[in-house]
Every structure is written in structure tokens, then in C-alpha cells.
Design a protein around this ligand. Structure first.
Ligand code: NDP
Length: 492
């Protein structure tokens, strides 16, 4: 599909949510759907839920009614009508999707085309697709797969084979709710619509790029999932590599899904983690402390955690992109839980100017561009002549809020699914590449080639990380630190 954006006509008649009783459905999917319906942009949809016998049609109805009612108040008239209509007609079916024939029989009863949302444990979702026969999948069906997509490049490739046996690649949506439409296009607009930025995004001008996703939240009762994943798989493998791709891809000819996803795939194919993993990666786990105003126990003492798994709650890797544009530039990707400060941003640190006229005094720090995610923001840190003595350089920060979406992240995901626009979905080859990049790190960590450090919950990370290999930590938390640039000319 080559259109710049999806048209408003729906490609899907029925949204079928498998895992109707689950956490994702209740906390993120239904609220995202309700906000989308409230805009009146997706008229005429039918909603169906399915799951185990522990949940009933009445439970489902209650769940939908509660979430939709909360959205109806502020909705436009057309949206309020849609919310009411869909809630009144929704259905629930008890289906064990791993039973051969069960999902196929349900699909045959629903008005096609159907978008099947697998809000299921990953192994159950895979089994459901394995037992589904191609002839049981009506024409036009789309499949929506949650993260994690496989557990490595081989299993992702296997899952891709299973899915493409059922529907074409364009009808498979591998969800990356982090890479929302606004964030994607804010990054692309910023990079490619500004003459002063576009030519500077190269190894000639950029010293390093960092992408941070630090959370104050600890486990929040999700040990069952998180302890088997860890920070590297949960955030870096899935979401941060996608952001890296957007920050480093070459300009596509159009914003159509083919051009954009080709360029994302191309830059990720050039990416890898340098092989001295003790130097290029770090991992740590939180110990007891206070984070986000809450008392947090040792990670290993959290309910549901198996200390023998050696799961990290903070991960940092250095990625290199081996192409002409980016050779030599370190890209630092970092994500962790139970940290002292929420920090969700990309920081581009530029190289110093070739020559600073002698005579300037004061703090001379690198030019930095910070792109904040959710809400999307922009900060450009520059040196200017300060007040008073005009030979003294001073730091200023130009800040702006970027376009924010009217939809929740899962509303954006669903809009793409319902309109048949896979632009925001992760393409099959890219899902495999993201695993290929982190797999050697996971193997090195499993072999204990890299020590497991510790940090107090609510701190900025292990104390010695502030001064070691990536030299990028602020006094108030990990992040870029101003390095002195012009030896001899300036004092700090
Ligand atoms: P839950 O365990 O909360 O829910 C899983 C759902 O699957 C339940 O409704 C369960 O029904 C149903 N289910 C299990 N086995 C079957 C079966 N054989 N046939 C039919 N239904 C079945 O998981 P989550 O909602 O947390 O996660 C779902 C997916 O979303 C996972 O892939 C996860 O990684 C992903 N995800 C979740 C996020 C979250 O915040 N929760 C965030 C991002 C992604 P029952 O309990 O009645 O058996």
C-alpha cells in the first residue's frame, strides 16, 4: 500500500479481540478503541470478544459498557452514537483458540473482513495461528500480533512463516504502540523538513546519539511477564531500536508504508552491537529503595520473580550502524525500571565546531538536540553570547511542544489496523532484524560475560555507571554530560 495516509473508509467490518478478559484488553485496548470511536472516524464497526469459559458474555458486556461510558461524555455526537451502537451489539464467545477448528468456526460467523487481535500470551497466540488452516481464514482477514514477536530471530522467522501462510504480509500488524503515529511523523518532519537539521544528521556532524526510556515504575504486578523478558527484550529489542531506525534512516521518497518500512529495514540491517560486550553493554538490577513515591523491595524479592533467571531491570547497549552515513558514531540505547527520574527522550550530541575563535570565555558545551517522547517535545541546547560580558558564552535552551495526537497509543494502533494501513506496524523482516541485533548480547549476558550491577530503586542507576564507558551521565541522573570541547581555549 503506497498511500501517504490511510483514507477514512474502514477496511475492516469486525474487530475480534482474543483475550477479552486480559489485562491488555481492559487497560489499553478497549480505552484506545473507545477514544477512537468517540472521534466518529471509524463508523460502522462491529466488536466481538472471545476467551475462556472463566469469563462470560455478561462480564464482557460490563467491561465494554464501563470503558465506553467513560468516553461517551466528551464525545462528538457521531462518536457517542457509535459508542452506544457498538456496545449494544457486541458479542462474546467462549473459544479455546488452540483447539483446531475453534477459531475458524468463530471467524465464519463474523461479518468479514475481520481484524483478529491476539491479546493472548505469546505462546497461545502462536499455537492459535499454527492450528488455523488457511481455508478457515476469510478473504481480507488481518492479524494483529502483540509483542514479544517470537523470542529470537529464528522463532520470529518461524512465526512469520506461520502468519504469511494465512494472510499476506500487508495484512499482518505487528504492534509497536510506542512508535505512535505522532512520534513517527514528528521525528521524520523534524529531520527531513528542516534544512539546518537534515544535512547535519551524519557522522561528519554527530558525535553520538542516545535513546533513553527510564521509568519510575517498578514491576507493577507484571513479574509473570517481565521476569522472563527483562529490560533489553522488553524495551530495547522492541521499541528503542525502532526509534533508532527513525532517527537514522535515509530520507524515503514518500511517507508511504513501502518506502518508509524499506528504509527502516535497511538501516536496521546495518546495525549491530560491537563484539566486546563487556565494553559495549551494561546491565543492572534494582535493590530496595523508594521510586515514584513508593517503597520498592529488592527486585529478587518481588512476587513472581525467580532470581535464578538473572533478569536485568536496567539495560544499556551501544549500537553501531555500519554504513557511510553513520560509521563511527556510537548510539546508546538504555531502558530501566524503578529509576529516580522518568526520562523518555532521544539526545543528539553534535561535534564541536571546526574552529572557535579564540577570545570566547565561559562554558562551551556541545550543541544538543533533545526529542522527548510522549508528550513529544523538542529542546535545542545552544551556546550564545551571555549577558554582561559579551565574550562569555552562555547556554540557552529553545523548547517546543510537538504535535500531540488526539488518540491514545492503542487508538492509533487500531486506526492503522481498521483502515488497513500497516505503516506503523513492524514489518516481518524488521522484527527478525531487531532480534538479530540483540541476540549476541543476550548470549553474552546468559554466559555472565557482563557483570550484573545493582542500583537502589529510586536512584539514577549504579553509581559507577556515571563515569564509565559511555561518559554520558548528568549529575542528576544518567544522560548526556557536557564535555569540555576546545582544549586550552575555554574553562568550564
Ligand atoms: P493476560 O494474561 O492478562 O491475558 C491473556 C488473555 O488470554 C486472557 O484473557 C486469557 O483468558 C486468554 N487466553 C489464554 N489462553 C487462551 C486460550 N487457549 N484460548 C482463548 N483465550 C485464552 O495477558 P496480557 O493481556 O497482559 O497480555 C496479552 C498480550 O499483550 C501478550 O502478548 C503481552 O506480551 C502483550 N502486551 C501486554 C501489555 C500489558 O500491559 N498487559 C503491554 C504490551 C503488550 P483467561 O484468563 O480467561 O484464560
Amino acid at each position: 500500500m503506497e498511500s501517504v495516509s490511510a483514507d477514512n473508509g474502514l477496511r475492516v467490518k469486525t474487530l475480534l479481540i482474543l483475550g477479552a478478559s486480559g489485562d491488555l484488553t481492559g487497560r489499553l485496548l478497549l480505552p484506545g478503541l473507545a477514544r477512537l470511536l468517540a472521534t466518529g472516524r471509524v463508523p460502522g464497526l462491529a466488536l466481538a470478544g472471545a476467551g475462556s469459559a472463566d469469563f462470560s458474555a455478561a462480564d464482557w458486556q460490563r467491561r465494554v459498557d464501563e470503558v465506553f461510558a467513560a468516553e461517551r461524555d466528551g464525545a462528538a455526537e457521531a462518536g457517542a452514537v457509535e459508542l452506544e451502537r457498538i456496545a449494544a451489539r457486541t458479542r462474546y464467545d467462549v473459544v479455546d483458540v488452540t483447539e483446531p477448528g475453534a477459531l475458524g468456526a468463530l471467524l465464519a460467523e463474523l461479518e468479514a473482513p475481520v481484524a483478529v487481535y491476539f491479546a493472548l500470551p505469546p505462546a497461545v497466540a502462536q499455537k492459535a495461528c499454527e492450528v488455523l488452516a488457511p481455508e478457515e481464514v476469510p478473504e481480507g482477514t488481518s492479524l494483529v500480533m502483540e509483542k514479544p514477536f517470537g523470542s529470537g530471530s529464528e522463532s520470529a522467522a518461524e512465526l512469520n512463516r506461520i502468519l504469511t501462510r494465512l494472510v499476506p504480509e500487508e495484512d499482518i500488524h505487528r504492534v509497536d504502540h510506542f512508535r505512535g503515529k505522532a512520534t513517527v511523523f514528528n521525528i521524520l518532519g523534524l529531520r527531513f523538513a528542516n534544512r539546518f537539521l537534515e544535512p547535519l544528521f551524519t557522522n561528519e556532524h554527530v558525535a553520538k546519539m542516545e535513546i533513553f526510556y527510564d521509568e519510575e515504575l517498578a514491576l507493577e504486578g507484571r513479574a509473570g511477564y517481565y521476569d522472563k523478558a527483562g529490560a533489553l527484550r522488553d524495551m530495547i529489542q522492541s521499541h528503542l531500536l525502532q526509534i533508532l531506525a527513525l532517527l537514522t534512516l535515509n530520507a524515503p521518497a514518500t511517507l508511504g508504508e513501502r518506502d518508509l518500512r524499506d528504509h527502516i529495514g535497511s538501516v536496521l540491517r546495518a546495525a549491530s552491537v560491537p563484539e566486546d560486550f563487556a565494553a559495549s553493554t551494561r546491565r543492572a538490577r534494582y535493590a530496595a529503595g523508594t521510586a515514584g513515591g513508593r517503597t520498592v523491595p529488592d527486585y529478587t524479592a518481588e512476587d513472581g520473580v525467580d532470581p535464578a533467571r538473572g533478569t536485568e531491570t536496567l539495560a544499556e547497549i551501544e549500537v553501531r550502524i555500519n554504513n557511510a552515513r553513520w560509521a563511527g558514531v556510537p548510539f546508546i540505547l538504555r531502558s530501566g525500571k524503578a529509576l529516580g527520574r522518568k526520562r523518555k527522550e532521544a539526545v543528539v550530541t553534535f561535534k564541536p565546531v571546526a574552529h572557535l575563535p579564540s577570545g570566547f570565555k565561559g562554558c562551551d558545551s556541545p550543541t544538543r538536540l533533545r526529542i522527548g517522547f510522549g508528550p513529544d517535545t523538542l529542546d535545542l541546547e545552544l551556546d550564545v553570547n551571555g549577558p554582561g560580558d559579551m565574550f562569555t558564552l552562555d547556554r540557552i535552551d529553545l523548547s517546543a511542544a510537538l504535535n500531540s495526537p488526539d488518540l491514545l497509543p492503542y487508538g492509533e494502533v487500531l486506526l492503522g489496523v481498521l483502515t488497513g494501513d500497516p505503516t506503523l506496524s513492524v514489518r516481518g523482516d524488521t522484527a527478525e532484524q531487531c532480534w538479530r541485533i540483540v541476540e549476541p548480547v543476550l548470549a553474552a549476558w546468559a554466559a555472565d560475560e557482563v557483570p550484573m550491577d545493582e542500583y537502589a530503586a529510586g536512584s539514577s542507576g549504579p553509581a559507577h555507571w556515571a563515569t564509565s564507558q559511555h561518559d554520558t551521565v548528568d549529575a542528576d541522573g544518567p544522560g548526556p554530560r557536557a564535555e569540555p570541547r576546545h582544549a586550552g581555549g575555554l574553562s568550564r
